[in-house]
Design a protein around this ligand. Structure first.
Ligand code: NAD
Length: 369
């Protein structure tokens, strides 16, 4: 069977779903691979490198020719119309925002796997693209803030005087938040963080940051549940003073399947020192910071609020390396003897499968159609 790796067509997407090393592993599993010319250009993977790994380089998109199409972003609905019944796609699908595409995939009888739906069980960890890309986002959020901050992050003791370290506050300590904490610490900042989940406290401390103990109910479990507006109001009151004292705030708070909680208000921004920088990693899912907009810099007085948009795409080589490996690992779960034949009784494949044989299998998406 044939796996296709297209050049990404959505605006500003610089990653690619396969690299020469993963092409080699797919070929080792008995598959043939075709790569659209130039697909790896932003990730510095040349057509020649893919060819050396055994891929065929093709001039156009593989939809309609390859049996399995792997991409980072969802396919455009017009491309998906070229797919044949039984074809397989693997990508992020963001189904709630891609209902036209979901209809096309179901109508065409495509078996579509959405990496945003992958169950986070141990066996699926090596295919967990949400985590690998959140890691990139958390890292880049801090570099972005450091680049915009009109001051140092580390402490310096010089003949011209001593510069104190910057204070960084991280809100939400999941995969992205923990990576933001680790990155800010490596750059020498003094870091504190807060998460509604009790278990996050130990992880925050293990990275050398201070966990904010707030007089608020915390949650057990691995994933945050939606908080009431009263709870969030109280949280905002309690963190206001810490936001005001910070030079940088990185907000990453999210609740699966829900709009991001609002944690930082305009008044809180106005209380920050001039030149402070806020990076809202949740900007694309509603925003943790009032007024933030994806991909935009917004000034609130003298405070810069950057709304993050697809930060992993800005580091295409390593983001693609992790993503391509995630995709190859997911394909390995459904490949035997050179054939990709997903067993949909497998909990990982079943959980990640959005459409199959004309049906939308994911109930929350079905309800939106
Ligand atoms: P996420 O992106 O859904 O959310 C980010 C963080 O925001 C979470 O830690 C959440 O608790 C926090 N949050 C929600 N509301 C908040 C609020 N009002 N204030 C402060 N923080 C708030 O999270 P994620 O990165 O996907 O990770 C969620 C959990 O899943 C973590 O416990 C992580 O360790 C776990 N995880 C497990 C696996 C696996 O087992 N395969 C893989 C990845 C992540």
């Amino acid at each position: 069977m044939r796996v296709g790796i297209p050049a990404e067509s959505r605006p500003a997407e610089r990653r690619v779903a396969g690299l020469p090393e993963t092409v080699a592993s797919l070929i080792g599993a008995g598959l043939a691979v075709e790569v659209q010319s130039g697909a790896g250009a932003h990730a510095h993977a040349s057509d020649a490198a893919y060819r050396s790994a055994g891929a065929e380089i093709v001039p156009d998109h593989p939809a309609g020719r390859a049996d399995v199409v792997t991409s980072v972003q969802p396919l455009d609905p017009d491309r998906a119309r070229l797919l044949r019944a039984g074809d397989i796609t693997v990508s992020f699908l963001q189904p709630a925002a891609e209902l036209d595409l979901v209809r096309v995939l179901a109508d065409r009888g495509v078996t579509a796997f959405s990496l945003d739906l992958l169950p986070r069980v141990t066996r699926a960890q090596s295919a967990d693209a949400l985590s690998s890309q959140a890691l990139v986002a958390g890292y880049r959020a801090v570099l972005l803030a450091a680049g915009r901050l009109p001051r140092f992050l580390p402490m310096f003791t010089t003949a011209a005087g001593t510069v104190p370290p910057a204070k960084v506050l991280v809100l939400g300590a999941g995969v992205a938040g923990l990576q933001a904490i680790a990155t800010a610490r490596r750059l020498g900042a003094v870091v504190e963080a807060y998460d509604v989940r009790r278990a996050a406290a130990e992880e925050v401390r293990s990275l050398g940051a201070k966990f904010l103990e707030l007089d608020l109910e915390t949650q057990d479990g691995v994933y945050a549940a939606e908080q009431s507006e009263t709870h969030l109001e109280r949280q905002r009151e309690l963190i206001a003073e810490r936001v005001a004292a910070s030079d940088v705030v990185i907000s990453t708070a999210a609740v699966p399947g829900r709009k991001a909680p609002v944690l930082v208000t305009t008044d809180m921004l106005k209380a920050m020192a001039p030149g402070s920088v806020v990076v809202d990693l949740a900007a694309e899912s509603g925003g943790n910071v009032v007024g933030s907009a994806p991909g935009e810099d917004v000034w609130v007085g003298d405070v810069l609020v950057h709304g993050a948009r697809n930060l992993p795409s800005g580091m295409p080589a390593h983001a693609s390396r992790l993503y391509a490996k995630n995709v190859a690992n997911l394909l390995a779960l459904m490949t035997a003897d050179g054939r990709v034949e997903p067993d949909l009784t497998d909990e990982v494949l079943s959980g990640a499968c959005l459409t199959h044989a004309g049906e939308v299998r994911h109930a929350p998406t079905r309800e939106l159609l």
